[in-house]
Design a protein around this ligand. Structure first.
Ligand SMILES: Nc1nc2c(ncn2[C@@H]2O[C@H](COP(=O)(O)OP(=O)(O)OP(=O)(O)O)[C@@H](O)[C@H]2O)c(=O)[nH]1
Ligand SMILES: [Mg+2]
Ligand SMILES: [Zn+2]
Length: 310
């Protein structure tokens, strides 16, 4: 039976939208399908033996399709290819990099929130980028200050405005070089607006901010992939305000670029040092997020040993 490779671009209950990959010449040869993008998406169910594994097909999965019906644009997922990576929340397979997105303003830039999103992203082991949106809402001075701040945390931030188009070219070039980027951040920062602008033909629903608390209204409800090219995709994701995260205390230091870069050149002489108050710890503690690091280690200890929380 003819079977074709596709990628899951969205999922709802037991249905999957699967986009056939461009190299699926076999189908085109049969004159059953044209090359135009919208005609490339098939509504699929999964073989019952796959359902046996429960929730095991994710957006981003490469799948083999059978029983392809080009008239109704339906097919059946027969097999899921092995994953290179898997992100738990939002659930996306084969992610290459996570773009942590916050706004320069509206909603207000929150240091702790930004750091928690960064830690959650770093904890996946994938490469992490940092993007600030809505640069049209701040002065050049304010923008440069914020960018320098993020730079001091060890990230080379992108800054964009969907309203004016500034910064989009550099970001687009970056995404173009990655196989699957995921935008990840609080509600209302402009993730969907950005994808609408970056990817022609995309028409995602965009929300407003709640007037009382100036937060987003959780407009995006599902993960969905969009293609920039045949090898480069971006996933829009639902925003949320506070990522829940647990990291074993001894693994926290590795999630901070400020510590990683120091330890590369001047290793702390203690093997299992938490870089808190250990006598003789060689880490320079004079950096902005160090007190956040200390508090976070404490928080993770109290999650590990709830009865002993101080
Ligand atoms: N001034 C300005 N407003 C923007 C910009 N980008 C997005 N917005 C506005 O920000 C609001 C929220 O945008 P969305 O794209 O829905 O935000 P989101 O991050 O997708 O939010 P969720 O789907 O809830 O996670 C909308 O009112 C947009 O018009 C920008 O560059 N400048
Ligand atoms: Mg959205
Ligand atoms: Zn140390």
């Amino acid at each position: 039976m003819l079977s074709c490779l596709g990628i899951v671009v969205s999922k709802q209950a037991n249905f999957f939208n699967v986009e056939l990959l461009d190299e699926q010449q076999s189908l085109k040869d049969q004159n059953t399908i044209t090359n135009s993008k919208p005609l490339n998406r098939f509504l699929c169910t999964a073989r019952s033996r796959l359902k046996h594994f429960g929730d095991s097909i994710y957006v981003g999965d490469f799948v083999l399709l059978e029983e392809i019906c080009c008239r109704n644009m339906t097919a059946v997922v027969n097999e899921v290819c092995s994953r290179k990576s898997w992100l738990k929340r939002p659930a996306v397979a084969n992610v290459s990099n996570i773009i942590v997105v916050l706004a320069h303003k509206e909603p207000v830039f929150d240091f702790t929130q930004a750091s928690r999103f960064l830690l959650t992203a770093e904890n996946t082991g994938l490469s992490v980028d940092f993007l600030l949106t809505k640069m049209d809402l701040v002065s050049t001075d304010e923008m440069n200050k914020q960018l320098a701040r993020i730079d001091s945390w060890g990230y080379r931030p992108f800054s964009v405005s969907v309203k004016t188009g500034e910064g989009l070219k550099r970001l687009k070039e970056h995404i173009f070089r990655k196989s699957l980027s995921v935008v990840f951040g609080p509600s209302g920062v402009g993730k969907s607006s950005l994808l609408n602008k970056l990817i022609p033909g995309t028409d995602l629903k965009v929300g407003t901010l709640s007037e009382k608390i100036s937060r987003g209204k959780n407009t995006t409800r599902h993960v969905e992939l969009f293609s920039l090219s045949s090898n480069s995709r971006v996933a829009d994701t639902p925003g949320f305000n506070r990522p829940e995260i647990f990291v074993e205390p001894s693994k926290i230091a590795a999630l901070f670029p400020e510590i990683r870069s120091q330890l590369k050149d001047y290793p702390c002489r203690f093997r299992n040092c938490l870089h808190l108050d250990e006598l003789g710890c060689g880490l320079n503690k004079n950096w902005e997020r160090y007190s956040f690091y200390r508090n976070f280690v404490q928080e993770m200890f109290s999650l590990s040993f709830p009865g002993q929380a101080s």
